[in-house]
Design a protein around this ligand. Sequence first.
Ligand SMILES: Cc1cc2nc3c(=O)[nH]c(=O)nc-3n(C[C@H](O)[C@H](O)[C@H](O)COP(=O)(O)O)c2cc1C
Length: 200
Amino acid sequence: MKKTAVTDHPISELLRERWSPRAFSDQPVPADVLRSLFEAARWAPSSNNEQPWAFIVATKDDPATHAKLLSKLVEFNQAWARHAPILGIAVSRLAFTGNGSANRNAFYDTGAAMADLTTEAISRGLLVHQMAGFDPRKATEQFLIPEGWEPIAAFVIGYPGNPQSLPEKLRERELAPRTRKPLSEFVMSEKWGQPAPFLK
Ligand SMILES: Cc1cc2nc3c(=O)[nH]c(=O)nc-3n(C[C@H](O)[C@H](O)[C@H](O)COP(=O)(O)O)c2cc1C
């Protein structure tokens, strides 16, 4: 299923086709494709080129790790995420490697890496669904994430599935229209709250 964004202004097709489904096919993702997704993340920009991201990734080829990662998700997310072939957690390093000072852009940069991974995924017919609903403390313990690194968001990667496979409530959400704030609410100039003149 597609859920192409209905935009107010033209944007690239890859971005229009990105969305966060809950119905995933169980079709496996080939290892070379997975390598390309993380290669895309690798080339994301970051403050001081720190590249403060790391990813814990579980494929269904390794059912024990897949189950371990799945169990860190909240129940709501487990219900649909279990069918997807790839589960992951994006992790950020909170301090700069060089001098140990706080890296206030670590989360931002990790998000940029995920965004690039997501766009690469779409170009290969895959979709990514990110999740705040997981237990970062348990993930840290069970995946031996070292001190100074923090799990930020979990994610699912897979090929689109059939929305009819979802329970009724999730199916309704899957089929509901996608909504966004207008540009005038968040693109400002001159002072806060003043929409940028080029929006007119
Ligand atoms: C950091 C982050 C956390 C999210 N957490 C969850 C989650 O725990 N469960 C869920 O079903 N969707 C989650 N989502 C998906 C959002 O609800 C979704 O991106 C948003 O509704 C916009 O829909 P779209 O991605 O289809 O455009 C999350 C997305 C992001 C980026």
